[in-house]
Design a protein around this ligand. Structure first.
Ligand code: AMP
Ligand code: GLY
Length: 427
């Protein structure tokens, strides 16, 4: 098959790496890709929101299947555009806009969960002219307060604060001053869930589904879960506190009701469903839905899948998902993000990254995120730069290998957390 993969993060490098091992692959095109994906396929300089250009590229290169990595094109309707196109006949891994709204609108997701009795934090949503009502609603909770911009805000639209003043100021900046480029013109305020976070993933055609390995993401910039929220500073898989009992509950209370709920609401869905769950006591609550795979979760999930990923995508798009035999490797994986100095705030790009030869001796894989290749060298090109995935017979060994990889790379100002996975080792 000729495949076009859209995106430029560590997630897409991991997907490209896995697809490139498929016996079904004829050609792989990655748009726009990054400094790590160039040798896995053809790089295409496409704007992911310019659907007509993507359609032209598909036609010109006889692309048969498109895998959409990030959320923005999905929420903006790329699947609708391509599937409804008379000019191309292409399979799309990724939901149409109606389903992507589970990620694209927090209010939509909360209403969906309430309608289908899926456990989530108690909430209310407020529009721009309801600032006073929103402030009054804060008083119905004890701190910390959880405020969420309704729309997409690249992982930065959630504010959790114990200060009532800060909560009020944030509401004002979102609702009145248009912070987050307007993603906060509507705000969800919800109860704080005190528990352990875990990410579960399903691939579904809207009726059938297969569960992928689960992961835990480390979202805060600093050790000990301190500092600002980021896109994710590391991840592990498997997750020790995700017991069989909890997984069963998550399946019956969240995952199956979500897929049935989509069907009942008449919303088609072909792609990934990412369940951001909080384990409160022994019960699952949905913190968020995403309509795609996670980053950096993908960098630990895909190395643990033994079976052919393109075969999975082909089965998914051909109504044969139930027949696909998903084989998961018992061995563990951990990934460690190396980020640019200043991330998740402002940072410089264009620092040369040096890789030492010892990398070959370590059981693991380096996935590129914010990098670019030029003049046969690799340069930083984003906030999260590399995802260092270590493998091992257990988490301890996998984590050790992630940190061993860290000793093999270097660039000015690069930083990582020093405690990825440590909490899981003491479970
Ligand atoms: P979201 O973008 O909705 O995933 O939120 C970003 C992060 O904020 C989550 O991964 C959680 O760590 C945290 N968070 C969101 N909602 C809540 C909540 N109701 N209670 C506690 N933490 C939350
Ligand atoms: N790592 C969280 C996300 O991809 O949204």
């Amino acid at each position: 098959m000729n495949v076009l993969l859209l995106g430029n993060g560590g997630r897409e490098h991991a997907i490209a790496w896995k697809l490139s091992q498929s016996s079904l692959l004829r050609s792989l095109h990655i748009a726009p890709g990054n400094g790590g994906t160039g040798h896995l396929g053809t790089s295409a300089d496409l704007d992911l929101l310019d659907f007509p250009s993507i359609e032209r590229y598909i036609r010109k290169n006889q692309i048969e299947l498109v895998v959409v990595g990030p959320e923005a094109p999905l929420v903006n309707g790329i699947a609708d555009y391509l599937e409804d196109s008379k000019k191309v006949n292409v399979k799309v891994v990724g939901p149409r806009k109606a389903g992507a709204m589970l990620e694209g609108s927090k209010r939509f997701a909360k209403e969906f969960m309430n309608r289908h009795s899926i456990p989530t934090a108690q909430y209310a949503s407020f529009k721009a002219d309801e600032l006073d009502k929103a402030i009054a609603y804060l008083d119905t909770f004890s701190p910390p307060y959880v405020l969420k911009a309704d729309g997409l805000a690249a992982g930065k639209g959630v504010i959790i604060t114990s200060s009532k003043q800060e909560a009020e100021d944030t509401l004002r900046s979102m609702l009145v001053d248009g912070a987050f480029d307007g993603a906060g013109s509507e705000v969800v305020i919800e109860a704080f869930l005190d528990g352990k976070e875990v990410s579960m993933f399903a691939v579904t055609d809207g009726r059938r589904f297969q569960l992928l390995p689960s992961a835990k993401d480390y979202k805060r910039a600093g050790d000990g879960d301190t500092g600002p929220n980021t896109g994710g500073m590391g991840a592990i898989s498997p997750v020790p506190f995700l017991t069989e009992e909890f997984q069963e509950k998550a399946l019956n209370q969240v995952i199956i009701p979500t897929i049935k709920g989509l069907e009942k609401d008449g919303i088609p869905y072909v792609g990934f469903l990412f369940f951001g769950l909080m384990k409160v006591g022994s019960e699952p609550f949905v913190v968020e839905y995403n309509c795609r795979l996670g980053d950096p979760e993908t960098e630990v999930i895909l190395p643990r899948i033994k079976s052919d990923l393109l075969h999975l995508f082909d089965s998914l798009c051909s109504g044969l998902l139930s027949e696909y035999d998903l084989v998961v490797d018992d061995r563990a994986a951990s990934t460690l993000i190396v980020a640019s100095e200043g991330y998740p705030g402002g940072y410089e790009k264009g620092k040369e990254i040096k890789f030492s030869d010892e990398i070959q001796e370590i059981d693991g894989h380096i996935f590129h995120s914010g990098t670019r290749e030029s003049r046969k060298k690799v340069w930083t090109n984003g906030g999260r730069v590399l995802a260092l995935t270590g493998r091992g017979n257990d988490l301890k060994e996998a984590i050790k290998n992630s940190y061993a990889l860290k000793n093999c790379i270097e660039f000015e100002g690069g930083f990582s957390r020093t405690d990825i996975g440590q909490d899981a080792l003491t479970e």
